[in-house]
Design a protein around this ligand. Structure first.
Ligand SMILES: Nc1ncnc2c1ncn2[C@@H]1O[C@H](COP(=O)(O)OP(=O)(O)OP(=O)(O)O)[C@@H](O)[C@H]1O
Length: 236
């Protein structure tokens, strides 16, 4: 049974249809990408999956739970990275981690987690003083502190330099290799190609294709995911 199953999901904001008849599934242990341009409905979809938004219609199952009904149980088993750094500048790294750890019944050891993410030296630093890459690593640490079975990582490398992006990608692979299923929201084709085992291409609230990066390239008859994306979204 898939770890995540979404069928015919629809979500509107007033007149605006943000997500329209979206279906896909995610298998245990994979990095699954939700790829699309701005406003494609990616964040709305993962917010519904986390029980943060109520869809208008459709069904969802995450770890066998219904996000709408089993929100509290799901929160213990799912880790979320914030789309932007929403931490106050004046919180220290270890304070943020301890705070998030307190939300979970069986949190990870925060010292170990900081070491794994290369943040031991930043333990006592204010969040506001960190570099972009360090902030991103803190937000990944916050997503992992509850020992989640599924981690939702949204716009992971936006604003990072090429070295920090590559370091972050390696980190995501380490997370997956430790057995965590990763739902990766991105609008970067190179990131999706490099990291995702399978992905769904979103466009204007709909899923236009799902598959491995190689399958999507083949289907579109293109040599890069970038070109395949343009073809599959009908923008050729
Ligand atoms: N709270 C809201 N109220 C009204 N409209 C919203 C709200 N949140 C999102 N939308 C609209 O719904 C559509 C889908 O937005 P969503 O944030 O899900 O897309 P996205 O693919 O994650 O985009 P981005 O990459 O820019 O984050 C957009 O047109 C957006 O303007």
């Amino acid at each position: 049974m898939p770890l995540i199953e979404v069928s015919n999901l629809r979500k509107t904001y007033g007149e605006r249809v943000a997500v329209d008849d979206v279906s896909f599934h995610v298998e245990q242990g994979e990095i699954f990408g939700i790829l699309g341009t701005n406003g494609a409905g990616k964040t709305t979809t993962v917010e519904c999956l986390q029980g943060l938004r109520t869809p208008d219609s459709g069904t969802m199952s995450v770890l066998g739970l219904d996000p709408g009904k089993d929100h509290t149980a799901l929160r213990q088993r799912l880790g979320s990275q914030l789309q932007e750094s929403r931490l106050p500048d004046k919180i220290k790294v270890h304070e943020a981690l301890d705070l998030y750890a307190s939300f979970y019944a069986n949190p990870a050891d925060t010292g170990d987690l900081l070491a794994k993410l290369g943040l031991t030296g930043q333990r006592d630093q204010y969040f506001g003083k960190l570099s972009g890459g360090q902030k991103q690593r803190v937000s990944i640490a916050l997503a992992l502190v509850g020992r989640p079975e599924v981690a939702v990582l949204d716009e992971l490398t936006t604003g990072l330099d090429p070295h920090a992006r590559r370091d972050t990608w390696k980190l995501v692979e380490t997370v997956r290799d430790a057995g965590v299923t990763v739902l990766l929201v991105t609008h970067f084709m190179d990131e999706a190609e490099r990291l995702c085992d399978r992905l769904a291409i979103f466009d204007a609230g709909r899923v236009v294709a799902t598959g491995t990066p190689a399958e999507l390239r083949d289907r579109a008859g293109k040599s890069t995911l970038d070109e395949a994306f343009v073809t599959l979204t009908g923008r050729d």
